[in-house]
Design a protein around this ligand. Structure first.
Ligand code: PLP
Length: 359
């Protein structure tokens, strides 16, 4: 056998960095550990949601409803949009993968702000398309002027993350509308609103509204964060029928399990209770940010369930110091650390390190 006989893969895979999952904290002294590294919801499932999922598990010998009919109907009612404007997938990251697979090929360009969500570079690269990263402004916001300037004839998609993961600021309605007016109508603009429910800024953009008269805008939302279903993998897109049809063509058959569909439907029905928890987390976010500011930290304005610590070269030692207290955070070496707003006890352990950290 010669080297030429080796199994070959598409060259675009060569530079794909493996996704780094949030690290679970380890402790040997028996004290509790907390994970503030993956933006998960710290609350346990609501009893009604758990019961719906458990009941659905009785049918695990059957394939799920491939059309996710009941879930699409529940979403349709919730947002006042037709079912033909909705597609579901195994998390909104999966929906993004389907979208990019549908829209991009080698030679195409996808623009997004940077730093933003770590899944973007991987998802783009897997299609063979090229990432065009536009640096965030000094206050960690999207630089729409620069993003507009980055558009070329090869641009197929622009990804806009609001609130931006990992830095936290939202995209304002006026700045997004001005940007959309400048984007060619054949370029798809993806509005990733994974943290929409945590936003308390009245001037923020609402994708579910602004997509309505814009056929090149599609919105991604998820049950993973505010609704506490990260482990079940359910996300969805809201867009115009041609965009939704393209996503559905690329989706894996029977992707979203019946258990996940049942839990998502039950969560929509229990939305008020879940949003009360979100409100409590927003309250806790204000406390955490207030304490950081009182300790002299200058953090970007966050409207998500995390806060960005601009630590630069101190990022890794800081993450290790917090880890030593039993709390894992998400370090981006040389830049900063993203810290999820979790249980108050966990936030307190993180704050204790932040308060005494040299700045
Ligand atoms: C968490 C997150 C998602 C959603 O992930 P799921 O696949 O739905 O769990 C999407 N976009 C961003 C920016 C996120 O942080």
């Amino acid at each position: 056998m010669t080297a030429q006989d080796e199994v070959r893969f598409r060259p675009c895979l060569d530079d794909v960095a493996a996704y780094k999952p949030g690290r679970p904290p380890e402790r040997t002294d028996g004290r509790p550990t907390y994970k503030l590294s993956s933006n998960e919801n710290p609350y346990p499932p609501l009893p009604g949601v758990l019961a719906a999922a458990t009941a659905a598990a009785e049918n695990m010998n059957r394939y799920p409803d491939m059309g996710a009919v009941d879930l699409l109907e529940a979403l349709s009612e919730r947002f006042g949009v037709p079912v033909s404007d909705l597609a579901v997938g195994t998390g909104s990251v999966a929906v993004l993968y389907h979208l990019l697979q549908a829209a991009c090929a080698a030679g195409d360009e996808v623009i997004y702000a940077w730093r933003s969500f770590e899944a973007y570079p991987i998802a783009v690269q897997l299609t063979g398309a090229t990432s065009v990263r536009v640096p965030l402004t000094e206050d960690a916001r999207h630089d729409f002027k620069a993003m507009e300037a980055a558009i070329t004839d090869r641009t197929r998609v622009v990804l806009v993350c609001t609130p931006n993961n990992p830095t936290g600021p939202v995209v304002r309605r006026d700045e997004l509308l001005a940007f959309l007016d400048a984007v060619p109508s054949n370029v798809l603009v993806v509005l990733d609103e994974a943290y929409r429910e945590f936003v308390r800024e009245p001037d923020t953009v609402d994708g579910a509204e602004i997509y309505r008269d814009r056929p090149n805008v599609v919105v991604l939302r998820t049950f993973s964060k505010a609704y506490g279903l990260a482990g079940f993998r359910v996300g969805y897109a809201i867009g115009h029928p041609p965009v939704v049809a393209a996503i559905r063509k690329c989706a894996l058959p029977f992707g979203v399990s019946q258990v996940a569909q049942a839990a998502a439907i039950a969560s929509i029905h229990a939305e008020q209770e879940l949003l009360d928890r979100v409100e409590a987390l927003c309250h806790e976010r204000r406390r955490v940010v207030g304490e950081l500011e009182a300790a002299g930290w200058d953090v970007p304005e966050t409207h998500a369930n995390f806060v960005w610590m601009p630590l630069g070269e101190d990022t890794v030692p800081f993450a290790e110091a917090v880890q030593a207290e039993g709390v894992s955070v998400r370090p981006f070496p040389g830049e900063g650390a993203r810290v999820t707003i979790g249980e108050p006890e966990a936030n307190d352990l993180f704050l204790a390190v932040a308060r005494t950290w040299r700045q």
